[in-house]
Structures are given as C-alpha cells and as structure tokens.
Design a protein around this ligand. Structure first.
Ligand SMILES: NC(=O)c1ccc[n+]([C@@H]2O[C@H](COP(=O)([O-])OP(=O)(O)OC[C@H]3O[C@@H](n4cnc5c(N)ncnc54)[C@H](OP(=O)(O)O)[C@@H]3O)[C@@H](O)[C@H]2O)c1
Length: 310
C-alpha cells in the first residue's frame, strides 16, 4: 500500500484554526473534504480559487462517519475543544474505512509533557491526552501524528488576549513579564500539518511540537510600544493570584478557568514552556521561525492600529 497522502478529510475545517489549515492543505496540493455537523449553522467559508467538498456528518454514527471517510488517506481533526471526546468514535470509523493517518485536535499545550497530567491544565486537557493514548493503542491499525503549537498568536494579538492593549495603551504583565513562551500563527500551523502529511514516513506515530517563535510579554510590549510610538501604562499581576482565581472559577464550574491556568502555564516566571530547539519539529518539517516584530507589525496593520505600510 502506498504511504503517500493525497486526500484529506478535515473535521472542524470551518472553524478558527480549521479555515487556515484547510487553505494550507489546498496550497499544498491536497484534495480536501470538510466534514461538518449535520444541521450546523457555521457558515461555509470560501477557499477561492480552490474548491473543497463539504460533507455533513452525524459524529455519533459510525456508519455516517465511515461513509464520509471512504477514499480519504488522512483525517485531520480541528474539532472544537468542547468536542474532543467525540474523536474516539471518529478514529474507529477512520480505521474501518482504511484511513492511513489521523491527526487529532491538539494544537496548543504540549499534552505529552512529562508530569503535565498532575497539573490543573493537564487535568483540564485529559480528554486530549486520552485521544492520543487511544491512537497509540491502535497504531497497528492507523498511524497518527500529534502537534503542539503553543498560543495561537494572530488572534491573541488582534484581540489583546495577551494583556497588552494598543487601544488603551495599557499592559498587565504576569510576574516580571520576562518568561518566554511559544506561539504559532495559524498559517504556520496549517503549513506544519501540510508538511506532516507530505512526509508521512518521518512523522509517523509521533507527537511533534512547532512554533513560529518564542517570545515574552515584555518583549512584545517593547515591540508594540516601538511600533505604535506610545508609552504604555504597565501594571503587574502575580501568577499565584491568577491561578487562585482559576481555582475559584473551577469550583463554581466555570471553565473559563482554563484561560487562567493557560496563562500561568506559559507566562509565569520560571514556567519553562518556551519551545527548545531540540524539541522543535520545525527543521524536520522544513519550517522557518518567523520574525516577531515583522509579524506584529502586519497584525497591527490588519487591525487598523497601525496604518498599512506601502
Ligand atoms: N493554542 C491556542 O491558542 C488555541 C486556541 C484556540 C483553540 N485551540 C485548539 O485548536 C483546536 C481547534 O479549535 P478551534 O478554536 O479552531 O475550534 P472552533 O473554531 O471552536 O471549532 C471548530 C469547528 O468544530 C465544529 N464544532 C463546534 N462545536 C462542536 C461540537 N460541540 N461538536 C462537534 N463539532 C463542533 C464546528 O464545525 P461545524 O459547525 O462545521 O461542524 C467548528 O467550526 C482545538 O483543539 C482547540 O483546543 C488552541
């Protein structure tokens, strides 16, 4: 059986990451089918000049899934966080349909990092870890690749999710703000997935990590101050307080606590979650790191914070 991958079914390809990922696969020359929930009201994006097939599927029905997977070499799941548990049924159907490669909906925190299961964020990500465990247990039937990416950088900058707000010229730094963490543009993640599927042999049954770059809040603040020519009003917040607020939210069943634990996981002093060169799959996938300042400039231009350069 040829190991090459040409046809790809993308679950959640209409979403936040999915649209970027589908475009990268199309640019990479793959034939793409987007699976959507039956009755979904999510708008179907245009990928002009490329064409994709949209196939409504009942994710609880093995028959519906299996029929959608006929003829697909790979399945990439970018399903919403709330639905990651559904992926075991999806994997079973992919196996039954003879799919060669499954990429689960990871795309964030490195869920295989030793000891992560003992942390709050690791507990909240148990659903994702269970899916990779399931793939490992079934790797004689289907091959898999997991991909950790750090923060999605472009929406984080555009929506001031990193606590640096160009519109109010304010910033809240966690602890000293100097802890480096890793982040990826969604376009970079799309290219990474495309390269994984172009090189199935060297990416088989592996959990990989990629990033556009490592950066700290303080470095970002300095870049944004320089680009906007504004001096920001800076305050500091203790990571222990953010963590405690997360615990309080969780006790009330408020899962927005995830964001508290995410910030502490990456940005607290001493967190140690920058992506080290020896941990990065960028070289294996032929991907370059990007220039933070150039990326931030473009994102601030796209949001109208900076005038577009000629
Ligand atoms: N690293 C980061 O900073 C970061 C940020 C956000 C997300 N993520 C991760 O990236 C992955 C994709 O997240 P995303 O934000 O791109 O997802 P999303 O946009 O919220 O959802 C993706 C698609 O999933 C489908 N969907 C939504 N709710 C569903 C449900 N309850 N059951 C089944 N399907 C559902 C929808 O497609 P249809 O309506 O067409 O079916 C939707 O377009 C997740 O693993 C998430 O944890 C990481």
């Amino acid at each position: 059986m040829s190991s090459s991958i040409n046809t790809v079914a993308v679950i959640g390809g209409t979403g936040n990451l999915g649209t970027h990922l589908v475009r990268a696969l199309l640019v990479g020359g793959f034939s793409v089918t987007i699976l959507t929930r039956q009755g979904s009201s999510t708008p179907q994006p245009s990928f002009s000049p490329y064409t994709v097939t949209f196939t409504p599927v009942d994710y609880s029905s093995p028959t519906s899934l299996q029929s959608a997977f006929q003829g697909q070499d790979a399945v990439v799941s970018v399903v919403a966080t709330a639905a990651v548990q559904t992926q075991k049924t999806i994997i079973d159907a992919a196996i039954a349909a003879g799919v060669k490669r499954f990429i689960p909906s990871e795309f964030g925190v490195h869920t295989r990092k030793p000891g992560i299961e003992k942390t709050r964020i690791g507990e909240l990500l148990k659903g994702k870890r269970d899916v990779v465990d399931y793939l490992i247990a079934n790797e004689d039937k289907i091959s898999w690749t997991g991909l950790s990416t750090g923060f999605f950088f472009d929406p984080a900058i555009k929506n001031s999710l990193l606590d640096i707000s160009p519109s109010t010229a304010t910033a809240t730094l966690i602890d000293s703000g100097t802890e480096p963490w890793h982040a990826s543009l969604r376009s970079h993640i799309g290219r990474a997935v495309s390269e994984i599927l172009r090189h199935p042999d060297i990416t088989k049954n592996q959990y990989l990590a990629t990033a556009s770059f490592n950066v700290s809040q303080k470095q970002l603040l300095e870049i944004i101050e320089e680009l906007t020519g504004k001096k920001f009003e800076v305050s500091h917040v203790n990571s222990k307080d953010i963590y405690q607020q997360g615990e309080e939210k969780l006790a009330k069943g408020d899962y927005s606590a995830f964001v508290n634990f995410l910030k502490v996981h990456f940005e607290a002093d001493g967190a140690g979650n920058a992506l080290k060169e020896e941990e990065s799959a960028n070289e294996k996938l032929g991907l370059q790191t990007e220039d933070v300042k150039a990326v931030v400039r473009v994102l601030l231009e796209e949001t109208g914070v900076l005038a577009a350069s000629a």
